[in-house]
Design a protein around this ligand. Structure first.
Ligand code: AMP
Length: 301
């Protein structure tokens, strides 16, 4: 089966502090959120590395949704740890600590079974490692990437090189602006597009998201969430669902991309309703279907 989606990114222990609650060393990471989200649409395999301190119960969670043959457990290093805080409005995140640990220095391999994957999602991670991993696939049909401030600040040139190699990019508004030192997101979308990818998605949190494809802009609202607990992983869950849907459809086109945006918004909205991955692991296809219908209804007039 080569119509599989392979996702590469971080598998993390997240400490997330909000004024209402703190979760310590909970299962997180960009590959974790995006691949669990994508697994609701298509068979998904995860490629990444964790350390000796990675709890076996977290491994069991990953195994219950994903093909984990591409997951390496280091005996020497600790798992990537991300510590962040949110203020009362839960919209702005402050990074307290990024402990790269095991992801700082390693050479990942992709198992033989996945190298002919047609769909590859390079979730937010070191752009150099993302490109190294991408080179291991034989001939992927659709490749998408994400990035964040940490890598834009530390490895901007490599981020641009990675953007050049993909069919699509999904990133946050603040990251797009930081990448080009440009304040207008429409200009950012054009600049990203001129660097290679056929389509660009810029996420604006509770203000929705913007798709740029074939010289057209498509803004979409966010699904209104009344009980927001933890915004961590919203972007990754959006990206995973977006890529999962594209992989299911097997092509890029305006209609497909718009529908992928709908699924991205739906899964992103679920992710933030509980801490870490709690909500994503507890929803079923009926919950997704109902929210999608409601979302389509909200967007129509
Ligand atoms: P987001 O969807 O942007 O909220 O992504 C949240 C996830 O990103 C968390 O689960 C973190 O473990 C992960 N993360 C934070 N910093 C980095 C980084 N520099 N590189 C890769 N992943 C990261």
């Amino acid at each position: 089966m080569n119509k599989v989606l392979t996702i590469f990114g971080t598998i993390a222990l997240d400490t997330t502090r909000t004024p209402f609650h703190t979760v310590e060393r909970t299962l997180g990471g960009t590959a974790t959120f995006s691949s669990i989200s994508a697994s609701k649409y298509v068979a998904t395999s995860i490629v990444g590395i964790v350390g000796f301190d990675f709890p076996p119960s977290y491994l069991e969670i990953l195994k219950s949704f994903l093909d984990v043959r591409g997951l390496i457990i280091s005996e020497k290093e600790k798992t990537f740890h991300y510590d962040s805080s949110f203020g009362y409005d839960l919209s702005k995140r402050t990074t307290n600590k990024t402990e790269l640990n095991v992801i700082a220095n390693y050479q990942l391999t992709v198992p033989d079974e996945f190298i002919d994957s047609e769909y590859v999602y390079l979730a937010n991670n070191d752009p150099v490692q993302n490109m190294n991993v991408l080179n291991l696939f034989s001939k992927p049909k659709i490749v998408i990437c994400d990035t964040m401030d940490f890598w834009i600040i530390n490895k901007r040139d490599e981020v641009i090189k990675m953007v050049n190699k993909v069919d699509g990019i999904i990133l946050n508004e603040s990251e797009a602006k930081l990448l080009f030192k440009e304040d207008n997101i429409f200009k950012c979308a054009r600049l990203l597009n001129s660097n290679g990818p056929a389509f660009v998605v810029i996420n604006k949190g509770e203000n929705g998201s913007l798709l740029f494809y074939d010289n057209e802009f498509f803004p979409m609202p966010a699904y209104p969430i009344e009980i927001l607990k933890d915004p961590t992983g919203a972007g990754d869950s959006f990206g995973g669902a977006f890529m999962g849907y594209l992989s299911q459809q097997g092509k890029i086109g305006l209609k497909t991309l718009k529908n992928a945006m709908v699924h991205g918004n739906v899964m992103g909205s679920f992710a933030i309703e509980d801490y870490g991955i709690n909500k994503l692991v507890n929803i079923n296809s009926d919950d997704i279907k109902k929210r999608r219908e409601k979302y389509v209804d909200i967007c129509s007039f």
